[in-house]
Design a protein around this ligand. Structure first.
Ligand code: UDP
Length: 238
């Protein structure tokens, strides 16, 4: 039996910085390490992943240097697909069955985004990696993380952050008094303009009562712990 209705299902958002290790392009060692952490949870938890692309291009930045915004955004979306393929490769090396689904059709490298098929893959224990964002300019992969989580009925969104291990009362790099919050409401995050994800994404989570966990990538085994639902980072909810 490959369908377990009681199994936890999560949507993990990995931003581009996770892939680049802080640099342009893909850092294989970093991706391999993340893949191993995800692999440790397979069979236990159903994992869908939305991949960012900031390690290649961000449309808003390219448009500042004179490119048409939509075209630049398409470049950004194509960048996310390269990250998907890198992650897929290292996951398969770790023995995990995966499927990449792209919101921009490119049959040679990925399946098309077909939500019901994605759910079926998850039920079978495959890791589903969503690429090319929403396929729409002017969107962010954070917003797509919220949307895909809702569409595949994930229990929560896990936002992996680099350089910070949750949401703080103030910027921990500037204010030594800053403390990490265990919980935060969407109302407070929106009112105080706390950018754990962009506002569109946060509003979507709030309106649909989808909980989010903001956690740091750096701690040993943190990705595994977040996927398993261990208490980690900051929980954002209504
Ligand atoms: N993008 C887009 N539509 C989407 C998702 C992404 O146009 O639905 C483009 C946008 O230009 C964005 C880039 O892809 O800057 C990379 O995604 P994002 O900035 O969200 O990646 P992250 O910050 O997570 O690395």
């Amino acid at each position: 039996k490959d369908t377990d209705l009681t199994r936890r299902r999560v949507l993990l958002k990995l931003s581009g910085e996770v892939f680049g290790g802080g640099k342009l392009g893909v850092d294989p060692d970093t991706v391999r390490a993340v893949a191993k952490q995800i692999a440790a949870t397979v069979g236990e938890v159903e994992v869908a992943i939305v991949v960012g692309g900031g390690n290649f291009f961000r449309g808003a930045e390219l448009s500042q240097s004179g490119m048409d915004r939509s075209r630049a955004d398409y470049m950004g979306m194509l960048g996310t697909v390269m990250n998907c393929l890198a992650l897929q490769d290292f996951l398969e090396q770790a023995g995990v069955e995966t499927r990449v689904q792209s919101a921009i059709t490119m049959g040679q490298v990925a399946e098309a985004y077909i939500p019901r098929r994605a759910i079926r893959h998850l039920e079978k224990g495959r890791v589903v990696i969503f690429g090319a964002g929403a396929g729409l300019p002017y969107f962010s992969t954070d917003t797509v993380a919220a949307q895909r989580a809702l569409e595949v009925h994930a229990d929560e969104v896990l936002m992996a952050k680099s350089g910070v291990d949750g949401v703080y009362t103030a910027d921990p790099n500037k204010d030594p008094e800053a403390t990490r919050l265990e919980t935060l409401t969407y109302d407070d995050a929106l009112r105080q303009d706390i950018r754990v994800m962009d506002q569109t994404a946060m509003t979507m989570c709030k309106d649909n009562d989808l909980n989010m966990v903001v956690f740091g990538m750096e701690g040993e085994g943190n990705v595994t712990r977040a996927i398993r639902g261990e208490k980690i980072g900051t929980v954002v909810s209504n």
